[in-house]
Design a protein around this ligand. Structure first.
Ligand SMILES: [Zn+2]
Length: 383
C-alpha cells in the first residue's frame, strides 16, 4: 500500500480492516494464518490483534497449529440488533439496540433543512454505517422515525399539513428501503421519543406519561396504560396546532395562531437568528440558541420565557384532559438544564387544575438520538 496521501492512522485502520475481512471470511485463524493471508508482517498482526482484543472485537482461544500451541482468533459476534434511524427536517440520528434492550451505540448530526431526499438518506446511511462499524455489529431489523403523523397502517400521513418535499415524495420510502435493504417500522418521532423514555430513561416501565417533542413542530407522544396512543387516524398529539392566538401568525397547516408558530424550536431559533447576527449566518441557529441559553444569556432566556407561556398553558390543558402524572420535555432544548425551564414549569403548574397540581414536568435524558432509540426498540417490538 502506498503511504502517499494517507496518514499512519489510515494505514493502521486499513490493516485492521484487512484482518477483520479475513476473519469474516474464514471464521477463525491463527496469527500466522492472518499474516500470510493479509501479507502483513507477524509483528504488525500481533500488534493489531492486541488492539482488537482490547476493544473487545475479537477473542482468542488456545489451539494447536503444526504440532505447536497457538492462539486461534475469531471475531466477537454480537447478537443481531435493531437499527433505529430518525430522518428529521434538520437532524439525522441513528441508534443500535440489542434484544436485551441495551443501547449499543448512537449518534446524531444536524443537517441543512433544505437537503434533498437522496443526500438526506445517504447521510443517514453513512451515520448508521459509522456507528455499526464502531461497534462491529450489523442489523436485522430497522425502525424509522419521521417528523410527521404516521397512520395506523404505518404510513406517512399525507393529509394533514404541508409536508416538506422530501417527505411527501413517494421515492422517500422506496429509496430508504433500497439503501437499508429492509422494510422499516415507521412511527412519528414524538411517539418514538416516548417509547425511548419508557425503555431507557428514568421513566423505565412507567405506564402513563406524555412526551412533548418541541422541534420543528410541537407534538406529544402519549403513553397510557403502557401503550402508545395514536388516535383514530394516527394524528393524536398534534399539540402544535392548537390555536392559541387570535388571529395570530399564519401556520404551515393553513390555520392562524397555532401554538407551533410561537413555541416550536424552529420558531425560537428564528427569533434568536433575527436578534443575533452570528446566528443568522449559520445553518443551525437553533444550536447557538441552546448554547446561549446554557450560557445563561439573558436575551436567549427572555426568548424562551416569552414562548413558554402559551406552551405551559397548552401542556396544562392537555394534562387536564388526559390525566398523566408526568410530562417529559424532549427535543433539542432538552440539552439545557432544569433551571432554564423555570418559567415553563411555573406556568404549567399555575394552569393545572388543582386536583392534579402535582403533575411533574421533567426534561428528557435521552439525548439527541431519542427518536432513533425509540425507533430501534419499536422495530424489535414489531418483529
Ligand atoms: Zn397549525
Amino acid at each position: 500500500m502506498s503511504m502517499q496521501g494517507g496518514s499512519l492512522q489510515d494505514l493502521r485502520s486499513a490493516n485492521i480492516q484487512k484482518i477483520i475481512d479475513e476473519l469474516q471470511k474464514v471464521g477463525s485463524a491463527t496469527q500466522a494464518d492472518l499474516a500470510s493471508a493479509t501479507g502483513l508482517s507477524k509483528a504488525t498482526v500481533s500488534s493489531l490483534v492486541s488492539e482488537l482484543e482490547q476493544d473487545g472485537r475479537i477473542r482468542r482461544s488456545s489451539t494447536t497449529a503444526s504440532g505447536r500451541r497457538a492462539w486461534s482468533i475469531e471475531l466477537v459476534q454480537h447478537e443481531k440488533v435493531a437499527l433505529g434511524i430518525e430522518i428529521g427536517e434538520a437532524r439525522i440520528s441513528v441508534a443500535l439496540v440489542s434484544r436485551e434492550n441495551e443501547i449499543i451505540g448512537d449518534a446524531a448530526v444536524t443537517i441543512d433543512d433544505q437537503l434533498p431526499l437522496d443526500v438526506r438518506i445517504n447521510r443517514a446511511e453513512e451515520l448508521a454505517r459509522a456507528v455499526m462499524d464502531a461497534n462491529n455489529v450489523e442489523y436485522d431489523v430497522v425502525g424509522l422515525a419521521v417528523p410527521c403523523p404516521v397512520t395506523l397502517e404505518g404510513r406517512i400521513s399525507q393529509g394533514f399539513m404541508p409536508l416538506p418535499a422530501w417527505l411527501r415524495s413517494p421515492r422517500f420510502m422506496t429509496m430508504f428501503e433500497e439503501v437499508f435493504e429492509a422494510e422499516p417500522i415507521i412511527e412519528s418521532a414524538a411517539r418514538l421519543g416516548a417509547l425511548a423514555e419508557r425503555s431507557y430513561g428514568p421513566l423505565k416501565n412507567m405506564n402513563d406519561f406524555a412526551y412533548v417533542l418541541v422541534d420543528r413542530g410541537v407534538e406529544v407522544g402519549l403513553m397510557l396504560g403502557g401503550q402508545l396512543r395514536r388516535g383514530f387516524r394516527g394524528h393524536a398529539g398534534e399539540l402544535g396546532h392548537l390555536r392559541v392566538a387570535t388571529p395570530g401568525n399564519p401556520c404551515r397547516c393553513g390555520n392562524h395562531g397555532c401554538l407551533e408558530t410561537m413555541t416550536s424550536f424552529y420558531a425560537l431559533s428564528l427569533r434568536w437568528a433575527s436578534l443575533d447576527p452570528a446566528a443568522a449566518r449559520v445553518v443551525d441557529p437553533g444550536a447557538l440558541f441552546v448554547d446561549a441559553l446554557m450560557d445563561d444569556d439573558i436575551l436567549a432566556q427572555r426568548i424562551f420565557d416569552e414562548a413558554s407561556e402559551p406552551l405551559a398553558r397548552s401542556l396544562a390543558s392537555y394534562v387536564n384532559l388526559v390525566d398523566v402524572p408526568t410530562v417529559v420535555l424532549g427535543g433539542p432544548l432538552a440539552r439545557a438544564e432544569e433551571r432554564h425551564f423555570l418559567s415553563l414549569r411555573l406556568g404549567f403548574e399555575r394552569a393545572l387544575s388543582p386536583a392534579i397540581h402535582n403533575t411533574k414536568l421533567i426534561v428528557s435524558t435521552q439525548g439527541e438520538a431519542a427518536a432513533a432509540r425509540g425507533a430501534a426498540w419499536n422495530a424489535l417490538l414489531h418483529q
